[in-house]
Write a protein that binds this ligand. Sequence first.
Ligand SMILES: Nc1ncnc2c1ncn2[C@@H]1O[C@H](COP(=O)(O)OP(=O)(O)OP(=O)(O)O)[C@@H](O)[C@H]1O
Ligand SMILES: [Mg+2]
Length: 480
Amino acid sequence: MESVNKLADTFPGIGEAIREQTIDSLFQGVVDMCEGALMVDHDSRITWIDEKYKTLLGVDDQVIGRVVEEVIPKSLMRRVVETAKPILLDLMEFGERSFVVLRLPLKRPDGSVKGAVGFVLFDRFQYLQPIMSKFAMLRDELATAQQLLAGQRRAKYTFSQFLGTSEAVREVKRTARRAAQFDTTVLLLGETGTGKELLAHAIHNASSRADKPFVAVNLAAIPETLMESEFFGVAPGAFTGADRRGRDGKFALAEGGTLFLDEIGDMPMAVQAKLLRALQEREIEPLGSNKVIKVDVRVVAATSRDMGALLKERAFRPDLYYRLNVLPITLPPLRARIEDIQDICESLLERIAQKTFAPQRELAPSAIQAFQAYHWPGNVRELCNVLERMTALSDSPVLTADDIAMVLPGAEPPAGPVAEVSRPGDGGGSLHEVVADAERAAIAEALRRAKGVKAEAARLLGISRANLYDKLTGYGMLSR
Ligand SMILES: Nc1ncnc2c1ncn2[C@@H]1O[C@H](COP(=O)(O)OP(=O)(O)OP(=O)(O)O)[C@@H](O)[C@H]1O
Ligand SMILES: [Mg+2]
């Protein structure tokens, strides 16, 4: 068949007659398989139509020579002729019916288009309906799951949600903001409920990795036996059964983004060595694999444990501790910043009112005093809970110390000094020392990244070269 001679050219070495026979039978085979076939010339006029298509459309030979759209109004054969591009699978409507069609251009040996051929693959689209609706359902389910997953791997909080205006909180936020700008490892220290997780989210959101994943792993919640696979993943075929297809670990899931290692103090020694390697080499080895994979993640770690004590008890590797302790940020307990309590309460009461669609409650001065005198072992988390319970139990628009007594029987004046800033890790230190430690660490890291080039380190730190020199002299770091 002349119209498909171009195809025949692709079979050199076969004799002309065999080639034509092959092409003819191939074409006939396709036509037989289809529910109809038709050809048009370069003006999109019908040059040939098979019997099945004629029956399907209810037409006769009169259609030969007519423009294709006069016979099949929704035909796209003209587009195939004009663009010289096939339309491989498409749905075409004809009256009330839908056909699954395939359209190919027909070309001359010089590549110019001389027409097109169209095949109707199915004439009863409704036969495909169960498959199509199943496909649509699966596609919707996949989109929902992907959205959910992406949502879970996104950091929820920003610095503005970290409440408090005390100098201690402002300093924490200042250091954390600076940390966000660098790729340094950050270690968040502080009692339970002081906002370590909130701050980790905020650091990620303020970093250049904000649009990449934020993956949180709570080490206290993972059984020791599963920890390695959770972190580094499992290679395909490593185990029989459920994991046959392999699974990404948290490092791989956080690629390009931030990995939040919560409760790092609870990490078993055996896994610590592997984590150290991953942090040092920036590469991981999935379980059952002999290939290492490069990873690009920033690590933010947190713990409410006393790291100094863990090191002494040899429950934590010092080398890993130093790796993580590049930029430590200590979150002060609530009792050490009682001046924040009123502000935090106001914001939280506003949030509660919005959530419950109820008018916003106020705190009587007696309530604020009682709150300031309490020692808040659960810190801001406990304060949130207490306020929620009080608003649920009392209808009064102004909450008093009596309302507090109902939900917080232990609210007695605290024992011991209230203004002490606890500092897990190195057993105490003034704010000035904390800041100095953080600065030293940030400078050391910038120098490392800048390979010792001070102008570049200054640029990374966002300070002038002179300022960097002053600081290096001040910290006795110039000889390095
Ligand atoms: N400064 C703050 N401003 C607003 N909310 C806060 C603040 N600190 C803590 N919270 C709230 O308190 C709760 C506990 O915070 P978060 O989970 O960040 O604490 P954490 O330090 O990680 O505690 P843990 O050590 O128990 O895990 C959260 O609901 C958080 O939103
Ligand atoms: Mg936490």
